[in-house]
Write a protein that binds this ligand. Structure first.
Ligand SMILES: [Zn+2]
Length: 85
């Protein structure tokens, strides 16, 4: 996408060039943002499915004072240790 914009700028006049350059800069930001957003959602996905204690398949438990991702045995253990019913 960015390369296409650059290629287009070569055939344009001064005005077009400025416009293309502006879009090109925006293009970098949007791509960087997309990468960051992708990394965040991947981390959220990971942290939302893997038990924090044993690394097995778990679930995000949001119905507690702290949000934790735990599998069933670790949740039971953690609740006992922290006296959460
Ligand atoms: Zn676990």
């Amino acid at each position: 996408m960015q390369e296409q914009w650059l290629a287009g700028s070569r055939g344009c006049g001064g005005q077009g060039k400025i416009g293309t350059l502006r879009f090109y800069t925006l293009g970098i930001d949007a791509d960087a943002l997309e990468t960051i957003e992708g990394a965040i959602s991947f981390a959220e996905y990971q942290s939302g499915t893997i038990c924090e204690d044993c690394g097995k398949k778990g679930k995000l438990r949001s119905n507690m004072p702290w949000w934790r991702t735990l599998c069933d045995p670790c949740l039971t253990k953690w609740k006992k240790e922290n006296k959460i019913k």
